[in-house]
Unconditional design. Structure first.
Length: 1095
């Protein structure tokens, strides 16, 4: 009999194995080839749920086997007509190099393997019950003899005679249920009580959650507690561990004790620290991950394409400088993120909890940045954020990182079966802009807030707006012969730019500078002292603890600018200014006074008539009331495909004519996909083109595949775009977020795709932690205990049967269960080809929907009353010239063809196709596609293979619902990764990383050219429309209208603590991280709910 070990190797890294899919189809063909198996066109289903007891149709049997797996011990297909075989059916070698077979419960106990792998010993250590000898590798040094009790529990049946569950398997599966479904402790205990009542009296099941935790504790990795000064001055750690009072403020370490109490003293504050080293070691103890820890080394990208941080210049430079570290690809590269979130309702409590998360970059894209590989290393206690004193809490982590770099730790590699010295290095940190301050030591407030321009920044404080502005700070980045440099009346009044671009300081230069300025200002009360020269010569507030890492000054990127928050804040400024939103528009009265003071735009100056009344000329970049209503109505009726984005319509308040509650992902979709369509009917063409170019820039910079050469072009483009915006919007528009865009192409070129360096996955992770808070009196304790359970179940769930739902085997959204690229290219398809050659049956079957290529499609008729739009279809043209383009249409019918003589079925889409010649127009510079939906493609070519189709959606222009022309917006399938420029790798794990963010696959920037149309002095103002300013509004300006030049200007250089113009535009909402975690949680909390089209 042939080797059938494939039957119990269904998944690899959460994805269906190609050999398993081929084997399932071979089984179905065999079963249907024997007439006695068939009853009414059905056969018995051997999946773990049906257990050969139910008769199902061929499609249903195939679906069950692909999603649930075979019943255990069914290598001999006796129920389906195969003769009984007496000799044992041994499993073949594993594709991951392991000599034992996972999930083959007939041959060995997978939970015994769980204990052995968790302990980190080799096969030879426990090769006593195997039917054949195994290849013995090098045996590591066993450290935990307590695991022998677990080995016994793995073999001990749950009760006498129980063959399906052992004491260990039952306990770990119960904990997996608690973790997966976030059960409360009471619910868990009640469930166990009920389960025990249904079992024999001699059962061995744990009694409650406490016993389960205690029993599984040897599989956990634990955490440590360090007492903290209540004022965050010092950590009672290392040499200070025995002290009872703070060295800096004198505060007591402990809470006052009740004289009658017999317990030990309780600390005022405690830091919970999760050691990083054992968690990194466990990655190599797992046979499911050990091989992938070297993916970054063997993955090769051609033609300068970057799909992973290992393709970036920072990674390559690190390898060149630290050759000994790079010589072993198992050494780990890390990224660190921290941010605050409020575990309660924001309206009732301002508590701020700060986790520090470390992620591993060695892994491939379908694993990297996912929750199982993001390690919670410490939980900083609230209720306030640590601010400048974050370094106090980072001390244990930095010490561990230094040890991992210089010495390393002996680790067992279960894939290569050998011990090696594991080392690790921190590549960079990821945070929003306020946390950038806390991590780097460079203040992100005031005139010198840019960490790249530093003391060379030309930002200044607006006299009337009283905020820092980066207006006219970007012409110096243009080529020296650029015409904008010599325009003294289009930017700052009377200024010609002659300075060269600002050089980027090296890490060594920054280290020398920060050491010079911060000498003598270390720790304790010095955090509250302003260092001399602050705000004028530098913006250093401290010397960051990260400089202690020996390699930190070598890193090309040390702290990343967060594209997520930059994109959101830029969108907010644009949207609320164009929509002329009160209190949030950057074109307010103070902005007009600053225009008069700093710019040569007389048409936008406030006007005063003979009677003393003041008028504000209407700018063309602000919409009228009727236009605003049309845009809001259009937003209210937007329909997205399933899984594309949340419902933006929920944010629209038409009665109040306002938009509120748009989350970061809403802004991400709007600025990249919808912004050009939203404002095109209303803005003058030069203004619309500038905003569209910015939209295209964000779409390119967020592409999952970047080209290093394109980054140079994008660097020139964003400078040009910002200069255009400076000619349009007032100086108050240009806060630090607008300026930081100019540095994003450099970071993308050096660090790789932004999906590995932005906050989206971390914000979702923090919301996941927030859901773990069951005791609001002890927030940090609840999170930590739940995290330990997650660690155990994440590791153990690899060893569960396929019938147990885990984080690894959830079928992805919109999965079609179809063939893989390996199957399509396989040679073993003679039967299918023969069946196709015989032609299809004359009878067909029609459906209303179909899953294919990661998309959910609905027919136009079926989806007309739904809030989602899943009927838009696009088929790519075979070549792109003047005579052929992509084909667009609407799905009319899903047709299934069944071919005679085989089990092959073929699905086709019948569509209404739009005319590709007279019915499609493409914008030459930004690629905006429009179709004439009243046109039809001539001919009888309505049908197309379902596998050829991609999904698009259409939207009409605001204010013109009856327009013949609709805008086409393409979508990206979730759970698919374009790693090798065209080879799609399908991820069956629904815990995705960045595929839900609707980023383009490949960046395709075009040149942005300077424009002369903005030279027209009347293009920014409507000469026929003036808005009268009320007297009370003038009084609120707090100025003397008749003598405004007498006002004393506050130019202290350090700003006012809010560098962005209002309380919501500073990079995270309030500067302390509280709003950020709460805000992003709402839209990123659950992919199935948040990104559903019906909100």
């Amino acid at each position: 009999m042939d080797d059938r070990s494939w039957m119990y190797r269904r998944l690899m890294d959460g994805r269906l194995r190609p050999e398993y899919i081929t084997g399932v189809r071979r089984f179905i063909n065999f079963a249907f080839s024997i007439d006695k198996n068939i009853s009414g066109g059905k056969i018995r289903c051997p999946c773990v749920r049906c257990k050969n007891q139910k008769f199902l149709k061929e499609d249903d049997v195939c679906k069950h086997l692909l999603t649930k797996g075979f019943i255990p011990c069914y290598e001999n297909w006796t129920v389906h007509g195969e003769p009984y075989v007496t000799e044992p059916i041994l499993a073949g070698p594993s594709s991951i190099g392991m000599s034992h077979v996972m999930n083959d419960v007939c041959l060995e106990n997978p939970y015994r393997n769980l204990v052995i792998d968790a302990m980190g010993v080799g096969d030879a250590f426990y090769n006593d019950n195997m039917s054949s000898p195994m290849v013995a590798g090098e045996i590591p040094n066993p450290e935990a003899t307590k695991f022998f009790n677990l080995l016994k529990a793995a073999e001990e049946p749950l009760w006498d005679g129980c063959t399906k569950q052992s004491k260990l398997s039952a306990c770990v599966q119960l904990l997996n249920m608690k973790s997966t479904f976030n059960l409360t402790q009471n619910a868990f205990n009640n469930f166990i009580d009920f389960t025990k009542s249904c079992m024999p009296n001699d059962e061995n099941l744990v009694s409650n959650f406490y016993d389960a935790k205690k029993f599984m504790r040897p599989l956990g990795l634990g955490y440590e507690k360090f007492d903290v000064c209540p004022n965050y001055c010092m950590l009672y750690y290392g040499a200070d561990a025995m002290k009872t009072n703070c060295d800096f403020c004198g505060s007591s370490r402990y809470k006052p004790r009740n004289p009658t109490s017999k317990g030990s003293s309780k600390a005022e504050k405690q830091l919970r620290y999760f050691p990083l080293t054992p968690r990194l070691q466990r990655l190599f103890m797992s046979p499911y991950h050990a091989k992938d820890m070297t993916w970054h080394h063997y993955h090769k990208s051609d033609n300068g394409v970057m799909v992973h941080p290992s393709d970036g210049e920072a990674w390559k430079e690190f390898n060149r400088v630290h050759f000994s570290f790079a010589s072993d690809p198992r050494n780990i590269r890390l990224g660190l993120c921290t941010d605050g979130f409020c575990p309660f309702d924001m309206s009732s409590n301002t508590y701020s909890c700060w986790p520090v998360i470390v992620t591993v970059y060695n892994l491939p894209p379908w694993k990297c940045m996912t929750r199982p590989f993001m390690f919670l290393t410490m939980l900083i206690p609230g209720p306030k954020n640590p601010g400048k004193k974050l370094d106090v809490f980072l001390r244990p982590l930095i010490d561990e990182l230094k040890n991992l770099w210089s010495v390393g730790v002996e680790t067992y590699d279960v894939y290569r079966k050998e011990n090696f010295q594991l080392r690790a290095a921190l590549m960079w940190t990821i945070s929003d802009f306020p946390a950038y301050d806390m991590l780097s030591g460079w203040s992100t407030h005031g005139n010198l807030s840019c960490p790249y321009c530093m003391e060379h920044s030309k930002a200044f404080r607006l006299k009337n707006g009283r905020k820092t502005t980066f207006f006219d700070c970007h012409r110096r980045f243009l080529p020296m012969n650029h015409p904008y440099r010599h325009q003294s009346d289009k930017f700052l009044k009377g200024v010609i730019e002659r300075l060269p671009p600002i050089p980027r300081p090296s890490g060594l230069e920054m280290l020398n500078e920060v050491s010079k300025y911060t000498e003598g200002y270390i720790g304790g009360s010095s955090y509250n002292v302003k260092i001399p020269g602050f705000g004028v010569k530098h913006n250093w507030v401290k010397k960051s603890i990260f400089w202690e890492l020996p390699y930190w000054h070598i890193n090309l990127i040390r702290h990343n600018l967060d594209v997520m928050h930059i994109e959101k804040n830029v969108f907010d400024n644009i949207f609320y200014t164009v929509m002329d939103c009160p209190y949030r528009s950057k074109d307010n009265l103070k902005a007009r006074l600053d225009i008069q003071l700093y710019c040569h735009k007389p048409n936008l100056h406030l006007q005063q008539d003979m009677s003393g009344r003041v008028y504000k000329p209407k700018s063309t970049y602000c919409l009228h009331k009727k236009q605003q209503q049309e845009v809001l109505s259009w937003m209210k009726e937007l329909s997205f495909p399933d899984g594309y984005a949340s419902s933006i319509s929920r944010c629209v308040k038409e009665a109040q004519c306002k938009v509120s509650g748009m989350k970061s992902h809403d802004c991400h979709v709007f600025i990249q996909r919808l912004l050009p369509t939203a404002f095109r009917p209303y803005l003058p063409r030069p203004l619309w083109e500038a905003l569209t170019e910015l939209s295209v820039f964000f779409r390119d910079i967020c592409s999952t595949n970047l080209n290093a050469q394109h980054m140079e072009l994008m660097q020139m483009n964003i400078i040009e775009i910002i200069c255009k915006l400076e000619r349009i919007f007032p100086p108050s528009f240009f806060d630090s977020m607008e300026h930081l865009m100019i540095h994003l192409p450099y970071e993308a070129k050096v660090g790789g795709p932004v999906q590995y360096r932005w906050m989206y996955p971390f914000e979702r992770y923090m919301f996941y932690l927030k859901k773990k808070v069951t005791n609001k009196a002890k927030v940090e304790g609840s999170i930590c205990e739940a995290y330990l359970i997650d660690e155990i179940t994440n590791f153990a769930s690899h060893y569960f049967g396929d019938d147990v739902q885990t984080i690894w085997n959830r079928v992805p959204r919109n999965d079609d269960g179809g063939l893989t690229s390996v199957e399509y290219q396989s040679n073993g398809i003679q039967n299918q080809l023969f069946g196709l050659a015989m032609g299809p049956s004359t009878s067909v079957k029609c459906y209303n929907g179909y899953y294919v290529n990661g998309f959910k499609f609905h027919t136009q008729r079926y989806g007309r009353f739904k809030k989602t739009m899943n009927s838009g279809v696009c088929v790519k043209g075979s070549c792109y010239d003047d005579n052929e383009r992509d084909y667009y249409g609407m799905l009319k019918e899903v047709v299934r063809l069944k071919y005679l003589g085989s089990k092959c079925k073929l699905f086709m889409f019948k569509c209404n196709w739009y005319d590709t010649r007279r019915g499609i127009r493409v914008h030459p510079s930004n690629g905006l596609v429009e179709i004439k939906h009243t046109s039809r493609l001539q001919g009888n070519e309505d049908f197309v293979l379902a596998q050829q189709c991609q999904q698009v959606y259409y939207t009409y222009p605001p204010g013109n619902k009856s327009s013949e022309w609709w805008t086409v917006i393409k979508t990206i399938a979730r759970s698919r990764y374009n790693v090798d420029m065209g080879e799609f790798i399908k991820d069956a794990n629904n815990v995705t990383s960045f595929d839900v963010d609707q980023s383009d696959e490949i960046s395709q920037p075009c040149y942005v050219l300077p424009t002369q149309t903005l030279d027209d002095p009347n293009i920014l103002v409507e000469s026929s429309y003036y808005e009268e300013i009320g007297q009370h509004e003038l009084l609120q300006l707090d100025i003397n209208w008749g003598n405004k030049d007498d006002e004393e200007e506050d130019d202290d250089g350090d700003g006012d603590g809010d560098d962005d113009g209002d309380g919501d535009d500073d990079g995270d909402g309030d500067g302390d991280g509280d709003d950020d975690g709460e805000e992003e949680d709402d839209d990123d909390e659950d992919e199935d709910d948040c990104y559903g089209g019906d909100g």
